[in-house]
Design a protein around this ligand. Structure first.
Ligand code: AHM
Ligand code: MG
Length: 346
């Protein structure tokens, strides 16, 4: 039987995440496989969280924990479970010496002092959408540690600056579950096949369209937005562009990545530094977007140029198609130079 007959009778299932990671690792002669293992650990925890997200309505997992996380936000039960799942996978995997999570005040030492990497993670982003069956996500960022292997990780391992990331990605728990990641050589996307329990390569080389007709922001804060943001949005509306806002960063970001668009979380009166966190929301998404040909800015400079000084530091975020971000920054009276924002940039 020739290959084409074979393929007609039994269609190939495609490239698994596992095989893709191995292939990529083989392209780098000095790769030791540790980063590959880390990505596998994250994918494994993602599969488990995906299972819980899918069953959420049937189990007693939806609803609030009745407590707040370190940032004063109400914790959902799934927030807490996802946090446990990712930390456990990274601990058991052995490659990460420490983890910074949105759900924890301080870094978590995994006990793997020989591990060369640290991971910053938002285990379940879009908490307010958990109970209403709307897409949510996981966002992660990986650094090579700067402290000596064999010792305990310190703050310095996490506060290295956005351009020091060695890998970053997200998992979108949506109508399909997808894992999208970069190691600094382009962006690849994988779709989860439930019946086989595997992620398969579905988007081999993601590039964001140069421009687009979608703007994504919470317009409820309109009167609290800086004038340059309002001017930009007015321009979008005059042109008949579409407003699309799920309120889950990963979902809004993913749509704009594939179709072109801009996501805005500007500084507001309530949150003068924006709402989104530098280390496990803005940095990984900025790394991915630059790898996909897009831009991510804070209003005072590229997101990746920020050098964070606090684990849970926030930043305004304007991310998406390069022409749209450029337009926001150049065609409007850009960014009053609020001190608070400026402090973010070294
Ligand atoms: P979370 O990390 O507590 O879930 O908050 C982050 C979320 C993002 O997913 C989303 O883009 C944003 O907060 C929505 O905020 P708002 O409700 O202010 O529009
Ligand atoms: Mg979040």
């Amino acid at each position: 039987m020739n290959i084409s007959t074979e393929n007609t009778i039994a269609q190939p299932v495609g490239t698994t995440l596992e095989r893709y990671i191995m292939r990529k690792q083989a392209e780098f002669p000095f790769a030791t496989g540790e980063l590959s293992q880390l990505l596998r650990d994250i994918a494994l925890a993602g599969k488990i969280v995906n299972r819980e997200v899918n069953r959420a309505g049937l189990t007693s997992i939806i609803g609030s924990m009745g407590q707040q996380n370190v940032q004063g936000e109400a914790q959902q039960k799934l927030d807490v479970e996802a946090n446990i799942r990712f930390i456990r996978a990274l601990t058991n995997g052995g490659e990460a010496c420490a983890v910074l999570s949105e759900e924890e005040d301080d870094i978590i030492h995994t006990g793997n002092c020989q591990g060369k990497y640290v991971v910053a993670i938002d285990p379940l982003d879009g908490s307010s959408n958990i109970d209403v069956n709307i897409s949510i996500g996981t966002i992660f960022s990986i650094y090579r540690r700067v402290t000596p292997v064999g010792e305990s990780a310190t703050r310095a391992d996490f506060l290295q600056g956005g351009r020091q990331q060695v890998a970053a990605g997200y998992i979108l728990y949506g109508s399909s579950t997808m894992l999208v990641y970069t190691t600094g050589h382009g962006v690849a996307g994988f779709t989860y096949e439930n019946s086989l329990g595997e992620f398969f390569l579905s988007h081999p080389s993601i590039t964001i369209p140069t421009s687009g007709t979608v703007f994504s922001c919470n317009e409820g804060y309109w009167f609290d937005y800086p004038q340059y943001v309002r001017d930009y949005l007015m321009q979008c509306k005059r042109e008949g562009q579409s407003g699309r806002y799920v309120g889950s960063l990963v979902a809004d970001y993913h749509r704009n990545l594939l179709t072109g668009g801009i996501y805005l979380y500007p500084p507001t009166g309530k949150n003068p530094n924006g709402k989104l966190r530098v280390l496990y929301e803005a940095f990984p998404l900025a790394f991915l977007i630059e790898q996909a040909g897009g831009r991510a800015e804070s209003g005072t400079g590229p997101i990746l140029d920020i050098v964070a000084t606090e684990f849970h530091q926030r930043t305004p975020l304007f991310v998406g198609s390069p022409a749209l971000v450029e337009r926001l920054l150049t065609e409007t009276e850009v960014a009053p130079k609020e001190e608070a924002i400026e402090q973010n940039h070294a």
